[in-house]
Design a protein around this ligand. Structure first.
Ligand SMILES: *Cc1c(COP(=O)(O)O)cnc(C)c1O
Length: 451
C-alpha cells in the first residue's frame, strides 16, 4: 500500500481535479479519503471531516449506508449493464412507476442519462424538437434566469448564467435570453421575503413579450439557485413563470438536480409552488449519491410529438451508453425504499428548524453576516464587508476560501460559493452533528474575521 505522502505526491503528478486552480493544491494538498460513514469522511490518518455539503450535494442518506450498498451489490451479481435501446430491465421499468407517485402530476415519460449535465442537454434538445415538430420551427432559443447553474457541458453552460464558469467559453455558447433573476437579499424593489409578491417578475414578463415567439423553453432551478450562492426565491415567482410559459407556448424545464429528493423540505421544490413543469431533470439525490444517473422526465403531450411512423423522422435520436444503468436503478430503488418506509423527511424537517435556530444564535449577530437564508436543511450564510450596505468583500481577499481552509483543519467540510458559506448536509444528519458543525463553522469564521 502507498503511504499518504506517496499518494498525495502521485495525485499532484497525475490528477487534474474538477473546478480547481491546481496551483492552489501546492498550498492545500488534496485530502485523501480512505473511508466514510454517515455524515463523516475519514482521511488516511483517520482524521474525521463532517461532510455538511453532502459531497457536492449528492449524498442524501449518509455515506456507506448498508441498505443502499447491499442493493447495489445484489444487482451487481445479477445484471451490471445492458444496452437500453430495445432492451430493458425490471429496475428501470419499476423505478419510473415508483417515481411517478412522487412527481408533480403529468410527468409520465422517463429518459435516462448518466449525469446532471447530460439530463439538461437532453431536456434542451427535447424541447427544441418538440417545438419544431408541433409547427414552431421559429422557437429555437432558450430563456433562462441570470445566475443560474445547469452544469458544465456546452449546452448546459449556455443556459447557465454564472460568468465564473461560462465567461471564457462565451464564443462557443448558444445565444440565450437571460432574465434578471430574483435577488431577495438585495431586492431592488425593497420588498421583503415575508410579503413578497414577486414584482420583479415584470422583468420576465418583458422578456416573454419580446422573445417568447422565438423561445422553445424556459429553464430554471426552482426556488433555489444553488451555485449562485444558495439564492432562495419565493414560490409565487415560479407560479408566475408557469403561467407565462402557458400563455406564450413556451415549455418550462425545472432543473431539480440539486433540489429534488427532499433538499428543500418537499420531495421536489416545484411542490412549494404547486406547479408541474413540462420537463423535469433529476440526478444527484436520485441514487443517494451512490451511482451516476439522471432522468429527464416529461409529459404525454411532449412525448406524443415524437411518436409517429419511423419514416416521418420524428424520433428522439438521443442516447448515452450508460442510459438506464441497472446499478444506478438499484441504488435509486434503495433510496425510495428508505424514503417511503422511514421517517427521513419528518426528522429532516425537525432538524431543519433546529439547524436554522442554532445557526442564527451562533452567527446571526456577527459583524460580517449579511443574511442567513434557509430552505429545508439548506442554510446559507452570506458574508459581507458591511451588512448595513450589503457591500461584499473584495473578491481578491478570497474570504470564503480562507474560512474553508480553517474549517478543513478543524474537521469540517464546508465548501463555500464565493463568500457564501452553506450547510447542505445529508438528510440524516443528527442534532449532535449539527451542533458540532455549527461550533466548528463559528470558530473558523471568528479566526478569519474576528469577533
Ligand atoms: C449539479 C447540478 C447540475 C449538473 O450536474 P452534473 O452531474 O454535475 O453534471 C445541473 N444543475 C444543477 C441545479 C446542479 O446542482
Amino acid at each position: 500500500m502507498n503511504s499518504k505522502e506517496a499518494l498525495v505526491r502521485k495525485d499532484l503528478q497525475y490528477v487534474w481535479h474538477p473546478c480547481s486552480q491546481m496551483k492552489d493544491y501546492e498550498e492545500l494538498a488534496p485530502i485523501v479519503i480512505d473511508h466514510a460513514k454517515g455524515v463523516n469522511l475519514y482521511d488516511m490518518d483517520g482524521k474525521r471531516y463532517l461532510d455538511v455539503v453532502s459531497s457536492w450535494w449528492c449524498n442524501l442518506l449518509g455515506h456507506c449506508n448498508p441498505y443502499i450498498s447491499d442493493a447495489i451489490k445484489k444487482q451487481l451479481d445479477k445484471l451490471e449493464h445492458v444496452i437500453f435501446a430495445n432492451f430493458s430491465h425490471e429496475g428501470a421499468i419499476l423505478l419510473c412507476e415508483r417515481l411517478m407517485k412522487h412527481l408533480p402530476k403529468g410527468l409520465v415519460k422517463f429518459n435516462f442519462s448518466d449525469n446532471g449535465s447530460a439530463s439538461i442537454e437532453c431536456a434542451l434538445k427535447m424541447s427544441f424538437q418538440y417545438q419544431y415538430q408541433t409547427g414552431h420551427p421559429e422557437k429555437k432559443h432558450f430563456m433562462t434566469l441570470s445566475d443560474g447553474y445547469h452544469g458544465e457541458t456546452v449546452g448546459a453552460l449556455s443556459v447557465g448564467g454564472l460568468d465564473l464558469y461560462a465567461e471564457i467559453y462565451k464564443p462557443m455558447l448558444m445565444d440565450v435570453f437571460h432574465v434578471e433573476a430574483p435577488d431577495c437579499y438585495r431586492c431592488p424593489y425593497g420588498e421583503c421575503r415575508e410579503t413578497c409578491r414577486a414584482t420583479c417578475f415584470e422583468k420576465a414578463e418583458k422578456a416573454f413579450a419580446l422573445h417568447a415567439k422565438e423561445t422553445c423553453a424556459f429553464i430554471c432551478e426552482p426556488l433555489l439557485q444553488g451555485s449562485a450562492g444558495m439564492r432562495i426565491y419565493p414560490p409565487i415567482y415560479l407560479q408566475k413563470l408557469r403561467d407565462a410559459c402557458d400563455r406564450y407556448g413556451v415549455l418550462l424545464i425545472a432543473d431539480e438536480i440539486a433540489t429534488g429528493f427532499g433538499r428543500t423540505g418537499k420531495f421536489f421544490a416545484c411542490e412549494h409552488a404547486d406547479i408541474a413543469p413540462d420537463i423535469m431533470c433529476l440526478s444527484k439525490g436520485l441514487t443517494g449519491g451512490y451511482m451516476p444517473m439522471s432522468l429527464t422526465i416529461t409529459t404525454q403531450k411532449v412525448y406524443d410529438a415524437f411518436y409517429a411512423d419511423y419514416s416521418e423522422g420524428k424520433a428522439f435520436m438521443h442516447s448515452h451508453t450508460y442510459s438506464g444503468n441497472p446499478l444506478g436503478c438499484a441504488a435509486a430503488h434503495a433510496v425510495l425504499d428508505i424514503l417511503e418506509n422511514e421517517p427521513v423527511f419528518d426528522n429532516a424537517a425537525k432538524n431543519a428548524i433546529y439547524l436554522h435556530k442554532h445557526l442564527v444564535e451562533a452567527l446571526g449577530g456577527h459583524k460580517n453576516v449579511g443574511e442567513i437564508r434557509h430552505i429545508g436543511l439548506i442554510n446559507a450564510i452570506e458574508l459581507v464587508a458591511d451588512p448595513k450596505t450589503k457591500t461584499p468583500f473584495e473578491s481578491k481577499n478570497r474570504t470564503g476560501y480562507q474560512i474553508y481552509k480553517k474549517a478543513l483543519a478543524k474537521g469540517l467540510l464546508l465548501r463555500p460559493l464565493g463568500d457564501v458559506l452553506y450547510f447542505n448536509p445529508p438528510l440524516i444528519i443528527s442534532p449532535a452533528e449539527i451542533d458540532e458543525a455549527i461550533a466548528l463553522c463559528k470558530e473558523a469564521i471568528l479566526e478569519i474575521l474576528g469577533e
